[in-house]
Write a protein that binds this ligand. Structure first.
Ligand code: ZN
Ligand code: ZN
Length: 235
C-alpha cells in the first residue's frame, strides 16, 4: 500500500517516509511504532452519526491520543474535518480533508493517494516539522467558506488554528477540553494568544444559531458547552 510510514501507538501520529528513534509528536520510543499496513490490519475507522449529515470518525479500537475527525456529507459531497490516524480503504473517502490545525494530520496522505482527495490547512500551520511528509493542496488564510462550511481563523493554540461551522454544528477540535463540567484551554500552546482566540471564537458564536459542538473527544449540546466556555472566558 504505502511507502515507509509508521504510526505511534501512544499518540496516533503518522510518520511519513522516515523512521525516527522517538515520536516527533509525543516522544515515545520507536518500539511503540507500527507500520501503516499493520495499523490498517489492526484498526478500523468507525463513523458515529452526530446529525443526519455529520458523523464522528475514530479509529477502533482507540488509537493512542487520536483526536476525533468529522465527516460532513452534504449535497452529494463528502468533506472531512481532520483525519483519523488509521487508513481504512472501506470508509467513504471524502473529496476534501480540511484541518483545524497541524497536530493530528492522521493518515491524510494515504487517503489523498488512494482517493485523490484534496488536503487543506491554514497557511500558518502548514510548514511545521510535524507536517513533514504531508502534502497540502490548499493553503487557507483568514476566514473563508468551503462548500457551505464556514472556516474561522482563530489562531492561539496554533497560529493557523481554524474552527469550522456547518449549519448549526461547530467544530473546535482540541481548542478547549472538558474536565468534568469545566472547560479548559489547550495548555500546549501560547497561553495569552489561546485566551485571545477564545474571545474571538465567542464573538463568532454569538452571530450564529448553534446546537452542537464537536470537539476532539466529545460532542456537546451548545447549552452545556456555552455555559462552561463563558465561565472559562470570564476567568
Ligand atoms: Zn507519539
Ligand atoms: Zn492541538
Amino acid at each position: 500500500m504505502s511507502n515507509e510510514q509508521y504510526i505511534c501507538l501512544t499518540c496516533g501520529y503518522n510518520m511519513v517516509g522516515y523512521y525516527p528513534d522517538f515520536c516527533p509528536f509525543c516522544g515515545a520510543p520507536k518500539k511503540r511504532f507500527i507500520t501503516a499496513d499493520e495499523c490498517s490490519n489492526r484498526f478500523d475507522v468507525v463513523a458515529n452519526q452526530v446529525s443526519e449529515e455529520v458523523a464522528k470518525l475514530n479509529s477502533v479500537p482507540a488509537l493512542g491520543l487520536e483526536h476525533s475527525a468529522y465527516r460532513i456529507t452534504t449535497g452529494g459531497r463528502t468533506i472531512w474535518i481532520d483525519c483519523p490516524s488509521t487508513f481504512a480503504a472501506k470508509i467513504v473517502t471524502p473529496a476534501k480533508i480540511i484541518f483545524t490545525h497541524h497536530h493530528f494530520l492522521g493518515a491524510v496522505n494515504l487517503y489523498r493517494d488512494y482517493a485523490g482527495c484534496k488536503a487543506g490547512i491554514n497557511r500558518a500551520d502548514s510548514a511545521f516539522e510535524l507536517c513533514r511528509g504531508f502534502t497540502f493542496d490548499e493553503l487557507f488564510e483568514g476566514d473563508h467558506e468551503i462548500d457551505g462550511i464556514n472556516a474561522f481563523h482563530i489562531d492561539g493554540h496554533t497560529p493557523g488554528f481554524t474552527c469550522y461551522l456547518f449549519k448549526d454544528i461547530l467544530f473546535v477540535c482540541d481548542y478547549v477540553s472538558f474536565h468534568s463540567d469545566e472547560l479548559k484551554f489547550n495548555p500546549f500552546g501560547p497561553v495569552e494568544e489561546t485566551a485571545e482566540g477564545g474571545k474571538k471564537l465567542s464573538a463568532i458564536i454569538a452571530k450564529y444559531k448553534i446546537s452542537k459542538v464537536c470537539g476532539f473527544n466529545y460532542v456537546s449540546d451548545i447549552e452545556k458547552w456555552q455555559r462552561a466556555f463563558q465561565k472559562l472566558l470570564s476567568k
